[in-house]
Design a protein around this ligand. Structure first.
Ligand SMILES: Cc1ncc(COP(=O)(O)O)c(C=O)c1O
Length: 397
């Protein structure tokens, strides 16, 4: 592998980084500073929707940079309205607040839920969250996260969360029974960091129904699984439901930091001037990136591509690996795929990188693929060709 400096003495020691630095990319390929090529099956963790150096995105961003990068929210930003209207059209919701990251979008959602409760006279609102969830690393979002490793060392945690298991409507009903303080149910349609764990379609529909009955907000974190990754704009749309609040980020700006809290009629007017804000959120560069990303996705049929190529990739992985002892399950939807092994396999990230393939391992034993949505069939086959021998060798050790 092309090693660069083994340590970075002046950046905080927050990441177990691989010893490469990427210098540039083209399509689904990237090159490191030493000129070594990699096939990108991770897209910067579900961020580079359009891959790298996209011929339509780059000139649009260059045009925007030359005009204005940042103004501020004291003034109108025309592309905020354009992007909000587009997100409303695609989601069937109505309004959006823009921020920069996934945790910020989730923080906004949590604030919406609490204020929704306060507006109804609930002084200590409680929000249902899930085992193995990941919602970010601010104090509130790490409290909502269902992973003690993420929480350790940062107590006291934020209170007001009720935790339940996935896909168990009886458990949700039992955990909330007779509790007048519940205001919202909050989950990822497909848990990303938790190991590519999908909520079942019937469960999503049951939770929607329960939220309607109880007057709770249904808040769906689509930060990782949204923006076309599963073959629909938002993964919950496979269940034909609509949330009241939907945090987005990652793929929304195709690499430029853009986050959004999208809200339907039940939540769209909760925030009033002074309740929430951000300096960078919704700035002209970010909004141009969001508008252009969606435009290009529509022009180039990337939802269909994600569904087709994702189906092909998952099928190929299933036929190559599915029957092996040690492979527990191959799951996911579209270009969000997890291969669960029966043992920790973090070392495969390094080995794949050495073999010229960028992937990740999450939840210790799930190989995760989140390629750019522009990936074609030949490139998907190349992912399989590179990955399968590594997994077979690993399982035989
Ligand atoms: C579902 C989900 N929500 C929230 C986040 C946090 O996003 P960010 O890292 O942009 O704060 C992530 C990040 O992985 C995520 O996968």
């Amino acid at each position: 592998m092309a090693f660069i400096e083994a340590s970075s003495p002046h950046t905080m020691n927050t990441y177990g980084r691989l010893p490469i630095a990427l210098s540039h990319g083209q399509g689904v390929r990237v090159w490191d500073v030493n000129g070594r090529e990699y096939l990108d099956a991770l897209a910067g963790i579900a961020v580079n929707t359009l891959g790298h150096n996209h011929p339509k995105l780059v000139p649009a961003l260059q045009d925007q940079v030359a005009k204005i990068i940042h103004s501020c929210n004291y003034y109108h930003v025309p592309n905020q309205e354009r992007l909000a209207a587009k997100l409303a059209e695609l989601s069937g919701m109505t309004n959006a607040f823009f921020c920069c990251t996934g945790l910020e979008a989730n923080e906004g959602a949590l604030k919406l839920a609490r204020k929704y409760g306060h507006d109804k006279g609930i002084a200590r609102p409680e929000i249902v969250v899930y085992e193995n969830a990941f919602h970010g690393r601010s104090i509130a979002t790490l409290s909502a996260t269902g992973n003690t490793k993420v929480q350790q060392g940062f107590g006291p945690l934020v209170e007001g969360f009720i935790r339940v298991p996935l896909n168990d409507i009886a458990a949700l009903k039992q955990a909330t029974e007779g509790n007048p303080n519940v205001v919202a149910v909050f989950f990822e349609t497909i848990q990303g960091e938790g190991g590519i764990n999908p909520m079942r379609i019937d469960y999503l529909q049951q939770v929607r129904q329960l939220c309607d009955q109880k007057d709770w907000l249904l808040m769906i974190d689509e930060v990782q699984c949204g923006m076309g990754r599963t073959g629909k704009w938002f993964a919950h749309q496979w269940a034909g439901i609509r949330p009241d609040v939907m945090p987005l980020a990652k793929g929304l700006g195709s690499g430029v930091p853009v986050g959004a809290v999208v809200a339907g009629p039940k939540a769209a007017n909760i925030f009033q001037p002074g309740n929430h804000g951000t300096t960078f959120g919704g700035n002209p560069l970010a909004m141009r990136a969001g508008v252009e990303t969606i435009r290009i996705m529509e022009e180039d049929g990337l939802l269909e591509n994600a569904a087709n190529i994702g189906g092909h990739l998952k099928g190929a992985l299933a036929s190559e690996l599915g029957a092996l002892t040690g492979v527990k399950e191959i799951r996911g939807q579209g270009l969000m795929i997890g291969v669960e092994l029966d043992r920790p396999c973090n070392v495969l990230t390094t080995r794949a990188c050495e073999a010229g393939l960028l992937i990740s391992v999450t939840a210790d034993n799930v190989i995760r693929l989140l390629p750019p949505l522009i990936m074609n069939r030949a490139e998907a086959d190349e992912v399989v060709e590179k990955l399968v021998p590594l997994v077979k060798k690993f399982l035989a050790e």
